[in-house]
Design a binder for this molecule. Structure first.
Ligand code: ADP
Ligand code: MG
Length: 215
């Protein structure tokens, strides 16, 4: 099954629901090693995304939805994560011009998002950032597609790897972003941005299952 614009729309809306439900958890994680605004930041951003989707003429292509999410997050999410996620969606939109995505297309979308984040934030794996969820997600998606996985299976592999990657940030010492100001004291906490990445990729997978169920 290929994924079309209905999936992208569902992904954006489900992301908003999941981020709203996880707002307090994300804020608490950010309170421990940052400034306690990550849940607020993303909730504000995704609420604005849904508001814009509701008043915009139905987007025709996946790339149109991703671009709308990108520009909305950039203008409404403060902090480090707004520009990082904004760039991720923008880069993903660029590689996703076509109306429908097959498994390779999903991989390209995720690769684009990771490229956007690393181009903007210059973090590599192990620095206790969202890259620690994105990089294993992209690796797992590439491996799954290589083994002939479907679009939903590729997204499932990505979501599971992102969740494991987020959990694996706990012992790490942050060397990028606000948490790096804490030095060694940033250890023993899960990174908020890696955690929100897991939530967003789980939403991508579940949105694919939803639209498949509706088809
Ligand atoms: P701020 O740190 O400005 O308050 P947020 O709280 O919204 O912004 O987001 C914090 C998250 O941003 C961190 O948990 C981390 O995952 C991510 N982050 C910060 N700097 C970078 C970077 N250079 N590269 C990738 N991710 C980063
Ligand atoms: Mg913060």
């Amino acid at each position: 099954m290929t994924l079309d614009v209905a999936w992208a729309d569902r992904w954006a809306r489900l992301s908003a629901e999941r981020i709203a439900a996880s707002k307090d958890e994300l804020t608490e994680l950010d309170r421990q090693i940052g400034d306690g605004d990550h849940g607020e930041n993303l909730d504000r951003g995704y609420r604005a995304v849904v508001a814009k989707l509701d008043v915009t003429q139905t987007p025709e292509q996946i790339g149109d939805v991703l671009k709308l999410v990108a520009t909305t997050l950039m203008s409404s999410v403060g902090g480090a994560s707004g520009p990082l996620y904004g760039t991720a969606y923008l880069r993903a939109a660029k590689v996703t011009g076509l109306a429908e995505l097959d498994a390779q297309g999903v991989v390209a979308l995720l690769e684009g998002a990771l490229e956007g984040i690393t181009a903007r934030g210059k973090a590599v794996v192990g620095e206790k950032t969202m890259v620690d969820a994105w990089q294993p997600a992209v690796d797992a998606a590439e491996a799954a597609a290589h083994d002939g996985a479907t679009t939903v299976e590729v997204l499932d592999a990505a979501a599971r790897a992102a969740r494991a990657g987020a959990e694996a940030t706990v012992p790490l010492v942050a060397t990028k972003g606000r948490a790096s100001y804490l030095g060694e004291r940033s250890a023993d906490h899960q990174d908020p941005g890696a955690t929100s990445t897991a939530i967003l990729l789980e939403a991508a997978r579940d949105a694919a299952a939803d639209v498949r169920g509706a088809a």
